[in-house]
Design a protein. Structure first.
Length: 179
């Protein structure tokens, strides 16, 4: 899962390339499978594989940042996956917490890619469910676990709203989606 955010900007770039190339009359499938070049393209100035390891590492992390809001969201998701052990909840509430926790972690990690940052808003829906689930489902063993679930849901909603810091990278027409 850790490689997903690092590959998303390349998928966006490929999609943009295919759209532009097709608009200029080039065959889509030929460009997809064999590649092509756009007129007016620029040379990539980032270091190649023969550069020092530190330079390659910095270049490889382009387009991925870890805002503190997403890092805490990952911790909330991980905690939810252990709620049965920590809070003593039972199915179906424990199962719900486990599934939602895994989804929260997945969404937060993918949203660390700047091109996928809007996906963090899915965690708002998961937060709403976390707030409602203790009151709608069986499996709660104490009012404390109900309150903790509700507080974690509210916290997840609050953490999903800010965008977080952004790098200096730009993504062409996709910049408008990095909200």
């Amino acid at each position: 899962m850790i490689m997903i955010p690092y590959s998303l900007d390349e998928l966006v770039a490929m999609g943009q390339f295919l759209v532009l190339n097709t608009r200029r009359g080039r065959p889509f499938w030929r460009s997809f499978f064999r590649g092509d070049a756009l007129p007016g393209g620029s040379k990539d100035s980032h270091p190649g594989f023969d550069a020092p390891l530190a330079a390659i590492g910095g270049s490889a992390a382009r387009g991925v940042t870890v805002p503190w809001t997403l890092a805490i969201s990952v911790l909330i998701g991980a905690f939810l996956m252990f709620s049965r052990l920590v809070l003593g909840t039972e199915p179906p509430l424990a199962d719900s917490d486990h599934v939602v926790g895994a989804l929260v972690v997945t969404v937060a990690v993918i949203a660390m890619a700047e091109v996928a940052r809007p996906l963090r808003f899915l965690n708002v829906a998961f937060g709403l469910w976390l707030m409602a689930a203790p009151w709608l489902m069986d499996g709660s063993t104490s009012i404390t676990s109900d309150i903790i679930g509700t507080v974690l849901g509210a916290l997840l909603i609050g953490l999903s709203l800010p965008r977080g810091r952004r790098s200096d990278e730009h993504y062409g027409n996709w910049d408008r989606f990095v909200v």
